[in-house]
Design a protein around this ligand. Structure first.
Ligand SMILES: Cc1ncc(C[n+]2csc(CCOP(=O)(O)OP(=O)(O)O)c2C)c(N)n1
Ligand SMILES: CC(=O)[C@@H](O)[C@H](O)COP(=O)(O)O
Ligand SMILES: [Mg+2]
Length: 644
């Protein structure tokens, strides 16, 4: 297909020049273009959500004067049609690739991307800010938040509704919230809000509420308006929905794939002042049968697929991921201990909890996109003697920092945090990278933090953490590790102890005359990369295993027997595990030179992880080069007094 109409659209201004009658054709081409481009991509993308927002995107750019009117997409994983219509048609093929466009909206990518996202449930707050700014500055424009039913479950969305629906200093923002209700989160949606929306969609709520509204409004001008508006838009005006109670004018639900319903409704709403709320109903994966039938599988396409047959199974056997190691451990542990409760904030598949859900349905809790609640809920369970395991991505735990400190750690409650997606995550990029958890958890009193180096150690670390009597985090990355065989038997690791994996030869045995004796203190899965680099340098390698409690005895012993330290971690250098080593050395009176290797003080773009790590000097040769550059050329290194 060569997309004759779509090829004429280089900006929303081109779209707005089209006659209305052409829009259905355009939407068809746009959907086919997104599907085709993603199927040829090697890195995949959020297929289902994007196929579901094609008509909505066309209608929004047709009716609103973008970018003057602000569109704020929640999460932003559904913005591929938006990117295509806003001048990035040809770049779609590069989406999520190293050097390509982002899979999420980015202010530095386009003026049409009015707000950067990736994490959910921020759109109403941001759009409210923009709408209020327009009021304060006396500008006549609109702000539109487009939020999914899954993202709507987060507390933050309700904090924003609560704030945006009432005037402040006499000012009420001209904003529209569009609830894009496809009755799906990544997995099937959960909770009371979902049930409420289902009632709204079923029509039962409507018919009774509409009849109620009619009798209330009868003989008022509003009734006539409501009647005409309803006829005109195929939507309905229903006072009394929860959104009305928040101060919004609720309209809907309308069919989000029907441009004849969407466009007049949006035109009407654009003309209205104050907080408006439109409920649209869409289908995840719309127009692609396989995705419609299995929206969970097609939430994100994992890479190249054939549109005719869907995902093609790779012929090379897949490596076991850390996520799978966690999922298996969780089931094994749950079998042994009836007190175990597993919690996920809406990431059942991504966190490896599908089997646990099937096998232990009463002990499985998907709390929705509600990280803060997930953590405090776990605290409550722990207070009553249960053993909660919160499976959470590193990046999403950021949402629940206060809960981690105030509700869990301060009360020293035994909650296990299984922290997936630690370090760089690849195609999702900076919004999803788990770069900060070491730095932000290790400073919390009572918190322990384990950084297993491989698959087997991950299982044993989880078991060790589970035995611990206080809050503890086990962090592991996205994907597979070194491929170390996993022992079924679970054995606790020595608490707060590292291990030496490689010992450097004695100074006289080493070739370079004055070369310093180097110890690499590695935290996490970079251990195997460190081992490669160490071979070339004849360095000692310690697998530290624990960031907290840190193995102070090992640090001291290594400091006594080496001339220089290299610390290595796949987290931010600033405040990270290397900083913990520095603090320990300072406290013990050592002043060895230390090279801290890890993630720099900048946001790392999307791309494949090996390339990114190489570009950051965190592959074996990069590590070797950094060490040589820092220590290799030095004529001598004076051992500190404390060592003598
Ligand atoms: C704070 C946060 N938690 C979890 C996620 C992971 N996540 C991304 S999309 C998504 C589902 C969102 O559902 P919905 O808003 O209904 O959009 P849909 O995928 O149905 O289009 C989840 C849980 C996230 N991006 N941000
Ligand atoms: C948009 C979002 O937040 C999720 O869909 C995320 O992209 C999933 O990431 P994983 O593929 O690592 O599970
Ligand atoms: Mg949804």
């Amino acid at each position: 297909m060569n997309y004759p109409l779509l090829r004429t659209i280089d900006s929303p201004a081109d779209l707005r020049r089209l006659p209305r009658t052409e829009l259905v054709k355009l939407a068809g081409e746009l959907r086919a273009y997104v599907l085709d481009t993603l199927s040829n991509s090697k890195v995949g993308g959020h297929l289902g959500s994007n196929l579901g927002t094609v008509e909505l995107t066309v209608a929004l750019h047709y009716v609103f004067n973008t970018p003057e009117d602000r569109l704020v997409w929640d999460v932003g994983h559904q913005t591929y049609p938006h990117k295509v219509l806003t001048g990035r048609r040809e770049q779609l093929a590069t989406i999520r690739h190293l050097g390509g466009i982002s899979g999420f909206p980015r202010r530095d990518e386009s003026p049409y991307d009015t707000f950067g996202t990736g994490h959910s449930s921020t759109s109403i707050s941001a759009a409210h800010g923009m709408a209020m700014a327009a009021k304060i500055k006396g500008e006549d424009r609109r702000a539109v938040a487009i939020i999914g039913d899954g993202s709507m479950t987060a507390g933050m969305a309700f904090e924003a509704l609560n704030n945006a629906g009432v005037p402040h200093g006499g000012l009420l923002g001209n904003m529209l919230v569009i609830l894009n209700d496809n009755d799906m989160s990544i997995s099937p949606p959960v909770g009371a809000l979902n049930k409420y929306l289902a009632r709204l969609m079923s029509g039962n709520f409507y018919s009774s509420a509409r009849e109620g509204a009619k009798s209330v409004l009868k003989n008022t001008p509003l009734y006539e308006f409501a009647r005409r508006f309803e006829e005109h838009t195929k939507g309905m005006v229903v006072p009394g929905t929860i959104f009305e109670e928040f101060g919004f004018n609720y309209v809907g639900p309308i069919d989000g794939h029907d441009l004849d319903a969407l466009i007049p409704t949006l035109e009407n709403l654009r003309a209205k002042k104050g907080p408006q709320f439109l409920h649209v109903v869409t289908k995840k994966g719309q127009g692609y049968k396989l995705a419609e039938a299995d929206p969970v599988k097609y939430h994100a396409a994992p890479g190249k697929f054939d549109p005719a047959v869907g995902f093609v199974k790779s012929t090379t056997p897949a490596k076991t991921t850390f996520t799978q190691i966690f999922g298996e451990w969780l089931c094994d542990m749950a079998e042994q201990d009836l007190r175990l409760v597993g919690i996920t904030p809406a990431m059942r598949e991504g966190s490896g909890m599908v089997d646990f859900h099937k096998r232990f349905p009463t002990r499985y809790h998907d709390v929705g996109i509600a990280e803060q609640h997930a953590v405090t809920f776990a605290a409550g369970l722990a207070c009553e003697g249960l053993k909660p395991v919160v499976a959470i991505y590193s990046t999403f735990l950021q949402r629940a920092y206060d809960q981690l400190i105030h509700d869990v750690a301060l009360q020293n409650l035994p909650v296990v945090f299984a922290l997936d997606r630690a370090g760089l995550v690849g195609a999702d990029g900076a919004t999803h990278a788990g770069n900060y958890d070491i730095a932000f958890t290790r400073c919390i009193p009572n918190m322990a933090l384990l950084t297993p180096a491989d698959e087997n150690e991950c299982r044993q670390a989880l078991f060790t953490a589970y035995q611990h009597k206080g809050p503890v985090t086990v962090r592991y990355p996205r994907g597979a590790g070194a491929g170390v065989a996993v022992e079924k038997e679970m054995t606790a690791l020595a608490w707060g102890k590292g291990e030496i994996r490689r010992e450097s030869g004695k100074p006289q045995a080493r070739s370079a005359q004055e070369a310093p004796r180097i110890a690499i203190l590695s935290f996490g899965t970079l251990l195997y990369t460190a081992m490669q680099a160490a071979e070339q340098l004849d360095a000692t390698v310690a697998n530290m295993r624990f960031v907290k409690p840190l193995d102070h005895a090992m640090v001291a012993e290594l400091a006594r027997t080496h001339d220089a330290f290299v610390t290595l971690e796949d987290g931010c250098v600033m405040g990270g595990a290397g900083s913990a080593v520095m603090e320990a050395m300072q406290a013990a009176g050592f002043n060895l030179p230390v090279l801290q290797l890890g993630l720099p003080d900048e946001y790392i773009e999307h791309g494949d992880v090996p390339s990114l790590m190489a570009s950051l000097g965190l592959d074996a040769s990069g590590i070797e080069q950094s060490i040589l550059k820092r220590f290799g050329a030095r004529p001598s290194l004076v051992r500190p007094a404390a060592n003598q």
